[in-house]
Design a protein around this ligand. Structure first.
Ligand code: ADP
Length: 188
């Protein structure tokens, strides 16, 4: 399963709740990339510069850092990806890799939250990339580059689950679980 949401949409929170509920590993691309940035490797230093500005990290770096984390998780039995893919090219490459490795993607969950609520949540969180200017830029990047994924998973793949994510976290998790159960019943 993968989680799509604008910055502040609650991918991290739902990733943890869903992972506890389904016993699947929670992998946050943002955390993996921040880990590399903190480790200060050459790739990590590049990552840090993109994250500070609120720009997307180039696909090649994302794949190089993420594949070694995702591959063993799939072998251990399922994962919840939060923050990846974030661009159509990332989704296409991920789909190819999935086909080659015979992995199926069950659902893409879109956590929908009104923009005013997103900004409030981000300002309350105060991560280094949560300043008003960088927040504005990240929301724009989401609208331009990530939101086309919503239609891709809805129309082309038929696995989109859209939920109202301006609700208490446990209520959202319940709703996602119910929707996933409906989906698996429908597919027999
Ligand atoms: P948020 O969704 O609040 O922006 P994340 O932790 O998901 O928080 O992402 C933080 C930053 O990490 C992004 O602004 C971007 O620089 C980088 N990042 C995370 N995932 C990806 C990805 N799949 N592709 C490119 N950059 C990414």
């Amino acid at each position: 399963m993968l989680l799509i949401a604008a910055p502040g949409g609650g991918k991290g929170t739902q990733g943890e709740l869903l992972s506890a509920r389904f016993g699947a590993e929670h992998i946050s691309s943002g955390d993996v990339l921040r880990g590399a940035a903190e480790a200060g490797t050459p790739a990590g230093r590049e990552v840090a510069a993109y994250q500070r500005r609120g720009d997307l990290v180039p696909d090649q770096i994302v794949f190089d850092l993420l594949i070694p984390v995702v591959a063993p998780a799939t072998a251990r039995g399922g994962y919840i990806l939060d923050g990846f893919p974030r661009t159509l090219p990332q989704a296409m490459t991920a789909a190819e890799i999935g086909l080659r490795l015979d992995l199926t993607l069950d659902a893409a969950v879109y956590l929908h939250v009104p923009e005013l609520v997103l900004v409030e949540r981000l300002l309350a969180r105060a991560r280094p990339d949560d300043t008003p200017e960088v927040i504005r830029h990240r929301l724009q990047v989401f609208a331009d580059t990530t939101s086309p994924l919503i239609d891709y998973y809805r129309r082309d793949r038929g696995i989109l689950v859209e939920v109202d994510a301006d609700q208490p976290p446990e209520v959202i998790t319940d709703e996602i679980q119910a929707r996933l159960e409906d989906m698996s019943r429908a597919s027999g």
